[in-house]
Design a protein around this ligand. Structure first.
Ligand SMILES: [Cu+2]
Length: 138
């Protein structure tokens, strides 16, 4: 008789913990909780591994991606161009974003210019290098 009393109080405990255990697993992979940053880091590490073999021994050099876009605004005060760019396959979808540029690019571009360049992610943000005006604005 006494042995039956033990499982009964344990059962509600199992039922109480089971949902949180079940929820705990999907939470590892999503970005909704505190684990989000950790899994994002894992993703970045995986991407770095994937690009590693192609650039053997050059993991310090940031990847450069060809970009096409139109200058929406020259932001001289921020040393940047606001660029409406086409999709950069595997890097980002088409969007309008601020890209840091050097002084030469800042001086040689104006609103409405169609430009090409190399998209590079640096520690201080996204840069557009080797900027060329392919079709000047009217
Ligand atoms: Cu973008």
């Amino acid at each position: 008789m006494k042995t039956i009393r033990v499982p009964i109080p344990v059962l509600p405990l199992i039922l109480a913990f089971a949902p949180s255990l079940a929820l705990g697993i999907p939470h590892e992979g999503c970005t909704c909780g505190g684990k989000g940053a950790k899994s994002a880091d894992s993703t970045i590490a995986i991407m770095a591994d994937a690009t590693g073999p192609a650039g053997t021994g050059k993991t310090d050099a940031p990847a450069r991606h060809s970009l096409k876009g139109v200058v929406v605004e020259v932001m001289s005060d921020r040393a940047a161009l606001l660029v409406q760019h086409e999709e950069v396959p595997g890097v980002m979808k088409a969007m309008t974003m601020m890209l840091k540029v050097d002084e030469a690019a800042l001086a040689s571009t104006k609103k409405g210019d169609a430009v090409t360049g190399m998209l590079v992610r640096k520690t201080d943000g996204w840069w557009l290098e080797d900027v060329k005006v392919v079709a000047a604005a009217n």
